[in-house]
Design a protein around this ligand. Structure first.
Ligand code: FAD
Length: 406
């Protein structure tokens, strides 16, 4: 049977997180109830945040996944939880207007703070750490663009400081024509984060069923009827697709595309500059490089994206991409970077304006999708949970139109 979302390979090789403790999420084999208030399709981080924001609200919430929970893209994430979206504020302003662009960036900053506070409040052990960030000038956005960007961010009330080459050299021993330093970021183990969120959602009454695919759906008066690969029918007032890069065909042609991306992690206690403990680093280049450290002293490095939906599966490319990333990092930090301990590759969704797509799916009634694309997928998952749960609970989110399907 055809699936409602096109199945694709989402990642290749072994991500670092697959070997970390406490990432198992228990899931049922059978649907416990075929009539629910909310059906969430997808048990990655988007589904987890969505389920958690609806848990304990007196709604019957069922989650289904064609894989095991947490076995999609979320397991491959490098989990730099940033408010800085891929498209700089000044550039986004020229695309969607200054006022809207400012609201997007402010909402993003708020989402990082909310998510960090939520993790603290729930006591989820996922090595979440608050971080500063350094956005380095590169071949796409040079020093002049970064000065303009600093100015735009400051006007939007988002603290940012432009660092000139002398300051970069003195404080970080980095040779670049400029950088923006900012403060509202975090990092975490995405697998422990997602698993922890699922456990809390389950404690709040949410049921999770694995190895079951949603294959068809019809909006009837007052509810949606959903067919599954196991032959059963689920009746749901609301359906939320949190299916990551396996998007719904109904919204497949909305200006997004799937590319390939690569990442690696060094062994623990790798030699590294002291400041890296507190900073996430990325750059305004294409292809780009980004990196951070973990509490046990690994360096996680990613980038070298390629405009192909499948090349991440190529084992020869995996080695070549790691070598390029190592070489670039080594040149930038001026230290040798050892052979990776883990290296992996994955599909990665992007949109032209860097924004996610969150909202009602055209042609259906009370059916929504949360497509948190780009390097800020986790931040966008948080925003999606806020917007869509408000919609389901009948509170209008003032920013909903910023991320709606377009
Ligand atoms: C290598 C890499 C690095 C990244 N780095 C960062 C980063 O540093 N910071 C950041 O914020 N983001 C990053 N991202 C993005 C972020 O990880 C993703 O946006 C996020 O993990 C997506 O979560 P999700 O829950 O939407 O999707 P997924 O985790 O893929 O979960 C979707 C689930 O839906 C299920 N599904 C799909 N269709 C159906 C169906 N028809 N029926 C039943 N189940 C279905 C799938 O099986 C899957 O389990 C990165 C991504 C990658 C790949």
């Amino acid at each position: 049977m055809e699936a409602l979302t096109r199945k694709r390979k989402l990642r290749s090789f072994q991500p670092l997180w697959a070997n970390t403790p406490d990432i198992r999420v228990s899931a049922l084999h059978k649907i416990p109830d075929t009539s629910v208030d909310v059906l969430i399709v997808g048990a990655g981080i988007s589904g987890a945040l969505m389920a958690l924001s609806l848990a304990n609200r007196g709604l019957k919430v069922l989650v289904v996944d064609r894989r095991q929970p947490l076995h999609g893209s979320s397991l491959a994430s490098t989990a730099m939880i940033q408010h800085e979206i891929d498209v700089p504020l000044h550039k986004l302003a020229s695309m969607i207007g200054g006022e809207k662009a400012r609201r997007v960036w402010q909402r993003s900053a708020q989402a990082v703070k909310t998510l960090s506070t939520l993790v603290d409040h729930l006591g989820i052990a996922c090595r979440l750490e608050r971080k500063h960030s350094l956005y380095l000038a590169g071949n796409d956005f040079g020093a002049r663009a970064l000065r303009t960007e600093t100015d735009s961010r400051s006007k939007a009330g988002l603290a940012a400081a432009f660092l000139d080459p002398r300051q970069l050299r003195q404080r970080f021993a980095l040779e670049r024509t400029g950088a923006i330093e900012s403060h509202i970021s975090a990092s975490a183990n995405p697998a422990q984060l997602t698993a922890g969120l699922w456990r809390k959602a389950q404690e709040g009454g949410v049921s999770v069923v694995k190895d079951i695919e949603v294959t068809d759906m019809r909006s009837l008066e007052g509810s949606n009827v959903v067919a599954t690969s196991k032959g059963g029918i689920i009746q749901a007032t609301h359906v939320v697709f949190c299916t990551g890069y396996e998007f719904l065909d109904a919204v497949a042609n909305q200006g997004h595309r799937i590319v390939s991306t690569w990442a690696f992690a060094t062994r623990p206690h790798h030699p590294r500059p002291k400041w890296l403990t507190d900073y996430l680093v990325w750059e305004g280049s294409d292809p780009y490089l980004y990196f951070r450290s973990t509490p046990d002293g690994r360096i996680i490095v990613g980038g070298e994206d390629e405009d192909s939906a499948t090349s991440f599966q190529d084992p020869v490319k995996l080695g070549a991409k790691s070598r390029t990333l190592r070489k670039k990092l080594s040149a930038l930090l001026n230290i040798p970077i050892e052979e990776p301990d883990y290296q992996w590759a994955a599909a990665f969704g992007t949109t032209a304006d860097g924004l996610p797509m969150i909202g009602a799916v055209p042609g259906f009634n009370k059916v929504y999708a949360a497509m948190g694309y780009g390097g800020n997928g986790i931040t966008f998952s948080q925003i999606a949970a806020e917007i869509l749960s408000a919609e389901i609970l009948r509170h209008q989110d003032p920013d909903a139109e910023l991320f709606a399907f377009r």
